[in-house]
Ligand binder design. Structure first.
Ligand code: SF4
Length: 611
């Protein structure tokens, strides 16, 4: 790598810090002294990738190994890409600035479907053949993990390996295996065969997919004895015994979440029917409070951060949350360290608790009722009521808050105009709660932000068989809400239905979509989740060229018997349970929280005694 050239180029692009590394707590090693080099690749810009907890964990975990050096690489922003191509600078890592093509592994984390073209672009910038079948012994193994891998079929042609589920134990087993293979020698396929035997590892090229005349998948079957019929995701049983970093890289620039992240637990016991995370990350496993306090002490010391985020899918469900918050506040009060909690559930929000957090610094308050009426909240199994909302926001206003964010989804199965009107009515109710208080009891300047996202049916949810609303229908619903929410103190945000449409295509897509991805990327698609970069024309042209109708993936109601492209992946939650949940949704019947009673989702069958 020509360092002088790179330095000159960095002087010509926006936010050069994105590509410079050398941050506090960055790991430094001599590449000559390790036998495995792993480029951890995040297919979005630095400030998004650096906020990702999985990357923080796996980066430090791999670097604990003496034989491995894990480095980071992010998608170069469009100005940097242009300069790199112009000056023939290959994709490089932040730690050593060495070309990614020289590494043993390039490991992508796939957090959302609209980053897929960035993955292709990064491989291309690295000079690594895009198709797995074209790679030779000189090329790295391209591996992927993260939530999108639960249906990774649209990327199957581009990936050598996929790790299903939680990576802490699995990645170590894979690196051990690789170390042995590298010492002994052998061709790529030999390593892949051995890797396919590691529980939770999926090697897409070892599976053949056949299709019916009507375009549906007929079967997905292994084409070698080395590959199992079904790949079961990995989980760690005991979070206290599982690696968690006691330091985190502190960036020089603002990133999306610039603070310490304490992961309280994994999984979610609620069972919302639209939520993929709630199903694929089952079961709930908590970190003990002692462990969390110990980690917090270490992380505050090692990073100097003044904010700790208490993270998990449903933070207010942590069994000792109030205790934990009290203890953290006591320990760090002198240091003026604040706590932030992501989206709170309406039913577990108490005035004492919020007063405790407020003692240090006020953080934003977000509530996610998800649907405007009780009927629809029952359909989606979101167990919160209007009374919960009234109680919570009133408590918040009394405790000094004047800004509230409300999140909803539109386009949910069975939704009617009544449900949309309910969204506006809830916003009005929040306003009434505020004005219902004596003037001296509330802060001035009420602000309510209502945000809606469009429902995207996701694999491994009870709604995986459901169609998505047509784009025009979603636009009409947004227009309706724009009018209905025209009220004082209320701001309304909505998302682009075109993006939700593509997300729905790729979330439930099959292998044939690989060709579409490739065409869209060649047409110039990059950073599709960024509104200023997204170009629908690149995508529609790609579908046309490859004779695939995107509506086939989005607007079709699937029958129970249909083979789904992800049926060979086992997340522990059974298909029978998901179907039962779908039927209960149709009847508006609720399913209890796992903490109240077990509904037999299948997890206990796979991991005995875990919940
Ligand atoms: S097996 Fe029962 S308790 Fe465990 S995650 Fe499934 S429904 Fe919940």
């Amino acid at each position: 790598m020509d360092r002088k050239l790179l330095d000159r180029v960095l002087g010509q692009v926006s936010r050069p810090v994105r590509y410079m590394g050398n941050e506090y707590n960055m790991v430094e090693k001599d590449p000559e002294e390790v036998s495995i080099r792993f480029a951890f690749a995040f297919p979005d810009v630095y400030e998004v990738g650096m906020s990702h907890l999985g990357m923080k964990i796996l980066y430090h975990l791999m670097n604990e190994r003496e034989d491995t050096f894990c480095e980071r690489v992010f998608a170069p922003w469009v100005d940097m890409e242009e300069k790199m191509r112009e000056n023939r600078i290959p994709l490089f890592t932040l730690e050593t600035r060495d070309p990614v093509s020289e590494f043993d592994f390039v490991g992508f984390t796939l957090q959302y479907e609209m980053c897929y073209t960035n993955l292709l672009n990064m491989l291309d910038l690295a000079g690594i053949p895009l198709l797995a079948k074209d790679r030779t012994k000189q090329d790295p193994f391209v591996i992927a993990g993260g939530p999108c891998t639960y249906n990774v079929e649209p990327l199957a042609d581009f990936l050598d390996l996929v790790t299903m589920g939680e990576g802490e134990e699995q990645i170590s087993e894979l690196l051990d295996l690789y170390g042995e293979w590298k010492k002994k020698g052998g061709d790529r396929e030999f390593f892949l065969r051995q890797a396919a035997a590691v529980p939770g590892v999926y090697v897409p090229q070892f599976y053949d997919v056949t299709y019916r005349d009507n375009g549906q998948v007929e079967s997905v079957k292994p084409n070698t004895a080395a590959a199992p019929d079904r790949i079961t995701k990995r989980i760690v049983r005991d979070l206290d015994q599982t690696y968690y970093p006691d330091r985190m890289i502190v960036p020089f620039m603002d990133i999306v979440h610039d603070r310490i992240v304490l992961e309280l637990f994994r999984g979610c016991s609620r069972g919302c029917r639209f939520c993929q995370a709630g199903m694929i990350y089952r079961p709930v496993r908590e970190r003990s409070m002692d462990k969390l306090l110990e980690l917090a002490e270490k992380l505050v010391k090692s990073t100097g951060y003044e904010e700790i985020s208490l993270s998990s899918l449903s933070t207010s469900d942590y069994s000792r949350l109030e205790d934990l918050v009290k203890q953290l506040m006591e320990r760090f009060r002198d240091k003026r360290i604040s706590l932030s909690l992501p989206s709170l559930r309406l039913d577990s929000f108490s005035r004492d608790f919020i007063a405790e957090i407020q003692k240090v610094r006020k953080t934003g308050l977000t509530f996610a009722p998800e649907a405007g009426t009780q009927r629809l909240r029952d359909v989606i199994n979101k167990g919160v009521t209007e009374d919960d909302l009234v109680r919570s926001v009133t408590d918040a206003f009394v405790s000094g808050w004047n800004t509230v964010k409300l999140y909803f989804m539109i386009g949910l199965p069975t939704e009617t105009e009544e449900d949309l009107r309910g969204i506006a009515e809830l916003a009005r109710l929040v306003t009434d709660c505020y004005y219902g208080l004596e003037q001296k009891k509330r802060q001035k300047g009420l602000r309510i932000t209502v945000s809606t996202s469009s429902f995207v049916p996701k694999p491994f949810t009870p709604f995986q068989w459901e169609p998505q609303n047509a784009m025009e229908e979603l636009r009409e619903k947004q227009r309706f809400l724009r009018k209905a929410l025209r009220m004082k103190h209320v701001e309304y945000n909505w998302n682009d239905p075109e993006l939700s449409f593509l997300e729905a295509v790729f979330a439930r897509g099959d292998r044939r979509l690989g060709a579409v991805l490739l065409s869209a990327w060649k047409n110039g698609a990059r950073f599709d989740s960024w509104a200023d970069q997204f170009r629908m024309d690149c995508w529609m042209d790609a579908f046309r060229r490859n004779h695939l109708d995107p509506g086939f993936y989005v607007y079709r109601k699937r029958e129970r018997e249909e083979v789904l492209p992800w049926d060979h992946i086992d997340v522990g939650v059974s298909k029978a349970f998901l179907w039962k949940e779908k039927e209960k949704a149709g009847r508006g019947e609720r399913t209890p929280d796992c903490r109240v009673s077990c509904s037999g989702c299948g997890i206990r069958k796979t991991w005995e005694g875990i919940c």
